[in-house]
Write a protein that binds this ligand. Sequence first.
Ligand SMILES: Cc1ncc(C[n+]2csc(CCOP(=O)(O)OP(=O)(O)O)c2C)c(N)n1
Ligand SMILES: [Mg+2]
Length: 1013
Amino acid sequence: MSHFRALVGVLRVGGSRWLQGSGVGTAWRWAGGRRRCSSEAAPLLPAVAGSSSYVEEMYFAWLEDHTNVHQSWDAYFRSMQASGPSGETGEGRPSTLLQGRALSQAPGMAQKVVEDHLAVHTLIRAYQIRGHHVAQLDPLGILEADLDSFVPSDLITSIDKLGFYGLDESDLDKRFRLPSTTFIGGGETTLPLTEIIRRLEAVYCGHVGVEFMFINNVKQCQWIRQKFETPGIMRFTNAEKRTLLARLVRSTRFEDFLARKWSSEKRFGLEGCEVLIPALKTIIDKSSAAGIESVIMGMPHRGRLNVLANVIRKDLDQIFCQFDPKLEAADEGSGDVKYHLGMYHERINRETGKDMTLSLMANPSHLEAVDPVVQGKAKAEQFYRGDAQGKKVMSILIHGDAAFAGQGVVYETIHLSELPSYTTHGTIHVVVNNQIGFTTDPRMARSSPYPTDVARVVNAPIFHVNADDPEAVMYVCQVAAEWRSTFNKDVVIDLVCYRRFGHNEMDEPMFTQPLMYKQIRRQEHVLKKYSDKLIGEGVVTLQEFEEEVAKYDKICEEEYASSKDEKILHIRHWLDSPWPDFFTAEGEPRSSSYPPTGLEEEVLLHIGQAASSVPLEGFNVHPGVSRILRGRADLVKSRQVDWALGEYLAFGSLLRDGIHVRLSGQDVERGTFSHRHHVLHDQEVDRHFCVPMNHLWPDQAPYTVCNSSLSEYGVLGFELGFAMASPNALILWEAQFGDFHNTAQCIIDQFISPGQAKWVRNNGIVLLLPHGMEGMGPEHSSARPERFLQMSKDDPDHFPEFVGDFEVQQLCECNWIVVNCSTPANYCHVLRRQILLPFRKPLIIFTPKSLLRHPDARSSFDDLAKDTKFKRLIPDESPASQSPGQVKRLVFCTGKVYYELARERKRLNLEADVAIVRLEQISPFPFDLVRTEVEKYGEAELVWCQEEHKNMGYYDYVRPRFLTVVANKKPIWYVGRDPAAATATGNKSTHLNELKRFMDTAFNLSAFQGRNF
Ligand SMILES: Cc1ncc(C[n+]2csc(CCOP(=O)(O)OP(=O)(O)O)c2C)c(N)n1
Ligand SMILES: [Mg+2]
C-alpha cells in the first residue's frame, strides 16, 4: 500500500488539532544542525527582507480568494487590512504594505515562510532523488528491488517524518509555491503540502521508480521530470489498452502453448515477465514513429522464442518444428540450440504503417557476450546508411538481472556508448529482472542496490517498473523510446518481475527459494489481472477477451499442424545478417577461383606517395613524423616496402576498389610501436587532425581508424559485429600486444572460431596480434598461437586430395585462417586476399614488433606486382635450394625467428647444409606446398624451429601434420624453448641464453643422431 495513502489517513484525523496551535509569531531556527520550534521571535534576516515577492504572491492569491491561502495568512492579511491607513485597500501594492510596516511587524513569520519553502523544495527533491527506493516495484510484494528495506529518512512515510524538514502537521494544508524543477503542479504554481506529497508519492513511489537525479545535465533531468510528474500524463486510450491486452494475450498463450505441447523441453519461458513482449513492441512502435527503420536486438535465453514469434514475427511453424527431435539439418555445420538462433525480418510496422527491419542476433550461452556484437552491427548499419545521428538504426539489448550486474562486458559495452567511433547514438536496455539468477538470490549476486547501476556511469536514466502493471510498463517504454530519439543516449528499463518456474522448465526452484516460490504459486497471472481490470473499466468485454485468446490459440494450433510438414531444418533461415548480393540464392559463394591480389606499379607509387606526404596545406606535422614520412618516401623511390607501407598499400588499394576499411584497437592510430601514423596531429592547432589515407582518390571508400577504449572483450565483440553488416569491408581489430587478446577469449571461442558452424554465418574480421619473443617479459611476448591453432578444424591426420583449386577449397572449408607473415608484401597480399575471396573467414595474423623496422624484413615492389600473390609458404632462397640433395637439415619455421635462423646460418657458414622454409599460412596447413619441400630435400632431416616454448607456439599443431605429409616415415624434430608455464621469462639474460641454446641446437647437425622418434 502506498505510504502516503496510509499517512494521509492519519493526517486527516490529527490535522485540525495541530493547525489550531500554529501561531504566526512562532519562529524556527537552526539548533545544532536540526531545526527546532521556538516561541521566541528571531530577528528579521536580510534574506527574509527580500522575500517580499513571495508574500506579495500570497497576498495577491488571498485577494483573489481568501481561501487560496492558509488560514493563518488569511488572518494575517485581514488584520493588516483592518489596521491599514485609509486608502490602502486590497488593491494597493502589498510590497509597500508588507515591507514598509507589516512585514517588520511579523519577522518571525516571514522567516518561517522562507524556511518552510526551502524545506518543501528539499522534500520535492528528496522524492526525485530517492523516491524509487520505496516504489512498489516487486509484483510479489515480498522483495525489495534495491535489496534494502530501509526507507530514506527524508521521504514522508509517517507524520513524524515531517519533522525532518522542520514541518509538522499544521503545514499540511498550507500552500507552497512549487519550484521550477518540478512539474507536479500541472497548471498550478502552488499546491498544499498534502497534495505535494500525494503527487510525489504517486509519481515516484508507485509502480514506477525513476532513477535519474544523478544525471549531470539539467535539461535532461527536466525532461524526465516533465515526462513523469505532469499530472495525468500516464493515461492510455481505450484502443491503446486493447492493443496492450492483445499483445499480452499472444505473449502468454505462446508460452502456454509450448508448455502444453512440449512439457519436458527446455525453452526458458517468459512466464512471470510476459509483459516483455508488449514492452518491446511499444519501444519499436514509438521508435518507428520517430523514424527508425532498422532495429537490431540482442538477448539471452529467457523469452527468446517468444520474442522471435511475437516481436520479430518468425513464422510459428518454423519455431515449432525446432522442437522436433527427428528433424535433420540441411546445412553444413553443427548448428545451435533453438534458443540461441538469430533472425532477420523485414515487415511493416502495424502501428505506423512504415517499413521496418528487425533482427535478433544469434548468440552463445555466454551471457551478455552478444552486447558489443549488437552494438558493432548497429554502428555498421548506421555507417553504411550514412545515419550519422542514429535516426534510422537503433539497438535494443535485453538482459537478465544477474548477468547485467555480474558480467564485466556489460560495463565495457556501456563505456563504448558515447565514443565517437563506437556510439550507436543510444541503446535501449531492457532488464528482465526476475530477481533471481538460476538459484542465486540477488543479495548474493551483486553489491549494488539495483542490477542496473552499471548504467549510471554514462548518465543513462533508469526506469524501474513493476512488471505486473502493464500500463506502467508501456509508459516507461514510451518514455525510453522518446528519450532515445530526443537525446540519442542510452536508457535502461528495469522490468521487475518474477520467474514463475525454475531456471528452465525442468528445474525445481523450491530447493533454493521456497518462500519466494510459495508466493509465486499464489500469484495471479498478469494477463488475468489486466484483463479483469479492462473488463472492469468496460474497455473490453469478457467475450471479446475470450475471443482474442481463442483466436491466437487457433493460430498456434494451425501452425503446429503445418510444422509437422517440415522435413528438414534450415539454419540458413535463421540468419541474422544475410548478405543476399554476396552469395547465391542457396547461400553459396558465387565463385571458387583464387582472386588476384597483385597491384599495378602506378597504384603502388600513388599510395606510396600519399603515405609519405601530408595532403593538407599548412598542416604542422611533428618533426619526428616528418622524418618517418621522408623515410617512407625514400623507400618508395627505391621501390621498397616496409611493414607499415605494406599495410598502407593493402588498405589504400582496397579503398580504391570501394572497400571500406576500419582499423580499431588501443592506440592503433599511431600504432603501439609508433610505426603507423595514420592520423597526423597538427602541432599548432588543437584537435586538428589529418588522415592521409582518406585523401587517396576522390571517389574512394572511407577509411576509419580509431583508438578504442581500453577494452578487448567489448571492442573485439564490437568489431566482429561491425564485420557482420557487410561483406564489402575490411574490419580489423588490433591488440596492443597479442598477449592481451585473451581478455576477449569469449568472443574468439564463442563467435569467431565456431560462428559459421553454429549459425552458417560468414565473417571476415581480421585480428592483428603483435607477437614475438623479444625479452619483454611474460605479458608482452605471446599472442598464444597454440590457442588459435588448437581450434582450427582441419584434420591433422588426413592427407587431403589436391583436386580443383586446393588453396581456395581449403580456405573455404576452414573455420579461420591463421598466418604469421615474415614479409611486408605477404602481409599486404593476405589482407587483400581476405576481401577479394568469394567468401569470408576470420583471419588471425600474428604481427611483428622488431620486424617493423628490421632492415631485412622488407619487400620489393616486385613482390606486389600484378602477377604476384600471397605465399602460403616461402621456400629456401639460399645456396641450399640450388643443391637440395646436399642439404642435411630442412628447418621449417614461421615468423620472426626466420631472420634469427638465417643470420645464424650465415654466421656458421651452413647455407649449403641447412635449408630454411617459412610457413606463412599455418592454418589451414599447406599440405601441398609442405610436401613439395619435403620431397625436394628428400635426404634432409626435418626440424620444426620456433622461438616459443615447446607446449606453446605452433609445434603441437604442425607436428602431426608434418607426420601426415611424410606418412609417419620420418620424424620432425623440435627445436625451440623448453616447455614452460609462463609464456616468456622476465629476465633479459635468461631470454638471450634460451635463444642461444636453441639456435645452437638448430645448427648442430648431430643433435638428433641416434634418437628414436
Ligand atoms: C557467462 C555465463 N556464465 C554463466 C552462465 C550459466 N547461467 C545460465 S543462466 C544463468 C543465470 C542467469 O540469471 P539472469 O541473468 O538473472 O537471467 P534469468 O535466467 O534469471 O532470466 C547462469 C548463471 C552463462 N550462461 N553464461
Ligand atoms: Mg534473473
